[in-house]
Design a protein around this ligand. Sequence first.
Ligand code: PXP
Length: 238
Amino acid sequence: MTTLGVNIDHIANVRQARKTVEPDPVQFAFLAELGGADSITVHLREDRRHIQDRDVFLLRETIKTKLNLEMAATEEMLAIAKKVIPDYVTLVPEKREEVTTEGGLDVKNKKEYLKNFVKNLKDSNIEVSAFIDPFSDQITSSKEIGFDFIELHTGKYAELSGYEQLEELQRIIESSYEANDLGLVVNAGHGLNYNNVKEIASINNMNELNIGHSIVARALAVGLEKSVREMKSLIFSN
Ligand code: PXP
């Protein structure tokens, strides 16, 4: 059965817009779990633009599902992961100037560095996933490096339409079979929403989908009317 990992970075984005204490992603992780989230994902970025170190440590103590720490393969992040001990780490590429993760991690061209990095995490009992584009050479390299999981990048699939989208879906399906045959557990994510998720969720042996933006956007859509009503009633009761 395919499970759902909920990425709560956008909750922290709203908090950091004011550099205040609300909304607190730790509280929203609890609500996501109430809604059925099977894991909670946070990306601790080098520039700390949304999730803060404090969030990661508190989530480790408070969530009842699994903690997926997304991070770049840097020494700074390795040291933090080894203190937090998330259930798993997903290694992603990171550029300071990007709005969100662009493209998968090029594991093929960093094999030796990543072998040591992954081993170091696994020695601390942390499972490790690689966020990669759905290409055969990236899949075989992920296996060689020693990753337990891969997360197939669905961003391109999400952006395309019509025949091109079907072609990209086919590439993702074939990649997931190839990875499974090699013994890798297959996750997928990026850009998935209420209109395009079903095709990806129905891929055989799809383990987990990681979804953030569309879920947080939907939360605003279903919650804003109530929050305005509550404010209005406070103003009226004076
Ligand atoms: N997976 C990875 C590796 C990501 O970097 C992100 C975005 O932070 C997601 C999944 C979730 O993507 P989205 O917010 O578009 O659902």
